[in-house]
Design a protein around this ligand. Structure first.
Ligand SMILES: [Fe+2]
Length: 255
């Protein structure tokens, strides 16, 4: 199950939606949940602690993987609490080879430094992480920022682009990341943008690039069913039993 952009600290309604999503996921006995960043709104310890409390049933049973987003770098900088300060790490679970990538910039001066960064060392580490997965595992790369250009979702992003501010842009080395993943990975899962999107890049081993969007605002995540290292059927939108009638809005700041 892929969730993203929870933004604990952005409002009680969003947090209640997330709690309802997690409750349903636990009731469904889902195998594994990945959260692709922006766990918190202001990067505060208190916000991260609330996230931990809600996700505790999944974390205690080792069914949770979390990576940081740009918002987690603000305030107290809680990014280290997700990946321990590593930029790239592999987590192996039954049938899953997860490559966790921290695409955030450390210590951004202010919220508008929201765009991601991948350097040569990061890409080399991803290359190494894809070297020897179990052949029966689904190989997934998890990162916060989008590796391909996506349409603007707010007037702020459009304005930023017009005046040359890069906070709404795709990862500069996103194409390099996808080249590295082609033929060796099955999924690239990300967030940052709050509207869900997905595309399959063709090839002998198709590569799915999926954005979960802002899960609590949408009231749903994306479910991938896999067996013997391959996706079974297509990914499907999974909705919590407590569905919002319309998306719960967040204030317009860089995603
Ligand atoms: Fe973000």
């Amino acid at each position: 199950m892929h969730l993203s952009d929870l933004h604990f600290g952005a409002g009680a309604r969003l947090e209640a939606r997330t709690a309802a999503l997690v409750e349903d996921l636990v009731a469904r006995d889902v195998d594994h949940v990945v959260v692709t960043g922006d766990v918190t709104e202001h990067g505060r310890h208190a916000e991260f602690e609330r996230f931990c409390r809600v996700f505790e049933p999944l974390a205690l049973s080792r069914r949770l993987t979390v990576i940081p987003g740009n918002h987690d770098r603000l305030g107290d900088d809680v990014a280290e609490l997700t990946m321990g300060g590593e930029r790239v790490r592999v987590e192996r679970r039954d049938g899953l080879h997860l490559v966790l990538v921290d695409s955030t910039r450390p210590n951004p001066a202010f919220a508008f430094v929201a765009h991601g960064h991948l350097g040569d060392a990061d890409l080399a580490a991803v290359d190494a992480a894809l070297a020897s997965p179990d052949p029966d595992s689904l190989v997934c790369i998890l990162l916060h920022h989008h590796p391909t250009a996506l349409p603007h979702e707010s007037w702020l992003e459009a304005l930023g682009e017009r005046v040359g501010l890069p906070f709404g842009r795709a990862l500069e080395r996103g194409a390099d990341l996808l080249r590295c993943a082609a033929g060796r990975a099955d999924l690239v899962l990300h967030g940052h943008r709050h509207r869900p999107r997905g595309v399959w890049l063709p090839g002998a081993r198709p590569l799915g690039v999926f954005n979960a969007g802002c899960s609590p605002s949408l009231g749903h995540g994306r479910e991938f069913v896999h067996r013997d290292g391959a996706i079974v059927g297509g990914p499907s939108r999974w909705a919590s039993s407590e569905r919002p009638r319309r998306a719960v809005s967040r204030r317009a700041v860089p995603a």
